[in-house]
Design a protein. Structure first.
Length: 339
């Protein structure tokens, strides 16, 4: 299994290497409403990612899948619902406590030199590790600042460097954080103000750039491109101007309206630009995910509360790409995952 996942991850990241940071362009927002804490996320990618929705129970043994030494090992404390890329790699998800994690591209990421005396973890397992181990942002941030492992990612011959990702997290209490590695050091940004994340530059510079725009201290008007800086500002601006939702459904579609505003359209003029292939709206308060494929007119809903998450329960899976006809609540349509 370790070798299979490693091969899949190299394929995944080799595809990433063909595109600029803005080419691999995702967006995540957090919105706090009296009815629920919600997140929105766009996944932008040049091709379908064989994505699946999976549900993992507690008590699953895990490995960090290190390729450069010993791997950190753990057993999942909490059940989770995730969206996977290339079937086995967790791109994002939510656990049973309403704690959510997402991976996005960051060109400035540098995980540092690996040391043989420290356990390693492939960045392919980074998001799943947090979902398995922590109830909330506060716990996760403490671990992120003093990790018991070193992150690693393969060096890709096509670009001569390693995979470049950063991590966003948030919880049902409305706390959020961003974790970025620069020069081998984890930088963690915390607080309820961390409502938006896109790509380059690093998060601190994105916040500085935000001050140039009207409504945030500057005079620049609302930008319109799909580049990282512009998406960061538009998502932040519209997130702060959402009307108070009358219902959970209202809130879901309000979040989705923002994600559509910062989506990457299909375009022949920019052939190396990824396009938005799927979107997620997450209700962290009620542990519900809403998934929308840009190649299907339907939205599906999955409630984590409807699954058996006890130790010894079977992991469950739904192949979402091959079933565009699915719509509405699909929580009962999952199959047992054969691992």
């Amino acid at each position: 299994m370790k070798n299979i996942l490693a091969i899949i991850f190299v394929i995944f990241t080799s595809t990433l290497s063909l595109f600029s940071c803005d080419g691999f362009a995702c967006t995540r927002i957090v919105h706090i409403d009296p009815k629920a804490v919600m997140i929105g996320r766009n996944m932008d990618w040049p091709v379908q990612m064989q994505q699946q929705i999976r549900v993992y129970p507690r008590g699953m043994p895990r490995s960090g899948l290190s390729l450069e030494g010993s791997s950190i090992q753990w057993v999942s404390k909490y059940g989770s619902m995730v969206v996977t890329a290339y079937k086995d790699l967790t791109a994002e998800g939510i656990n049973e406590h309403g704690f959510a994690v997402h991976l996005l591209s960051l060109n400035e990421s540098d995980y540092g030199k690996r040391h043989a005396n420290i356990q390693g973890m492939s960045i392919a397992m980074w998001a799943q590790y947090y979902l398995d181990q922590f109830e909330n942002v506060k716990e996760a941030v403490q671990a992120a600042l003093k990790p018991g492992y070193e992150l690693e990612a393969p060096t890709l011959p096509s670009i001569g460097t390693n995979v470049k990702l950063h991590l966003a997290m948030e919880d049902a209490q409305g706390d959020s954080a961003v974790v970025e590695y620069v020069n081998g050091v984890p930088h963690v940004y915390t607080g309820n103000g961390n409502a938006t994340l896109t790509n380059s530059p690093t998060y601190d510079l994105q916040l500085e750039n935000l001050k140039k725009y009207a409504g945030f201290g500057g005079e620049k008007s609302l930008p319109g491109t799909t580049f990282s800086n512009d998406r960061f500002f538009r998502a932040t601006y519209y997130n702060q101007h959402l009307p108070l939702a009358k219902s959970i459904d209202d809130e879901v579609f309000s979040i989705l309206s923002i994600m559509r505003n910062v989506a990457q359209p299909y375009s022949e003029e920019r052939p190396l630009m990824s396009y938005t292939i799927w979107q997620v709206v997450g209700d962290l308060t009620h542990r519900v995910y809403y998934y929308v494929s840009t190649t299907s007119p339907n939205m599906v809903k999955v409630s984590l509360n409807k699954f058996d998450l006890s130790v010894g329960a079977s992991p469950m899976m739904l192949d979402i790409v091959d079933h565009p006809e699915l719509t509405g609540d699909i929580s009962t349509q999952f199959n047992t995952l054969d691992e």
